[in-house]
Design a protein around this ligand. Structure first.
Ligand SMILES: [Zn+2]
Length: 120
């Protein structure tokens, strides 16, 4: 019974997640996110990256549009940590430390993204 209940919960959560993505996609909503882990994913870095409003509109449509599409398609995008300079892959579901080679395969934030973003 416990297993059945947790499976149902997971399915309900997944369904909620899908609805959230669908709504964001349809409205082209600006990516902002609150992550469960509060810091930069690179080891030893104390940069706070809990809540991020990327404010991509500050960079114009040619930057904004493809990155917003990548965000809601769950591809996400890569950007450098403003403190340690390490590459980070940001998605709706989480953020992780990646190498420069991995970052090269992803849509990328502008170099100065952290100057425009609101980071808490
Ligand atoms: Zn960092």
């Amino acid at each position: 019974m416990a297993n059945a209940a947790s499976t149902t919960d997971a399915a309900a959560l997944e369904r909620m997640h899908e609805l959230y993505l669908e709504g964001g996609r349809q409205r082209g909503m600006a990516p902002h996110i609150v992550y469960q882990d509060g810091k930069c994913p690179h080891e030893g870095c104390q940069q706070s990256l809990q809540a991020i409003d990327f404010r991509l509109e500050a960079f114009g449509r040619t930057v904004h549009d493809p990155l917003v599409r990548a965000w809601w398609a769950e591809t996400g995008f890569a950007g450098r940590c403003p403190n340690c300079g390490g590459w980070i892959h940001f998605t709706v579901r989480g953020k992780r430390a990646i190498t420069e080679d991995e970052a090269a395969t992803l849509p990328q934030l502008p170099e100065n993204w952290a100057d425009e973003a609101v980071i808490l």
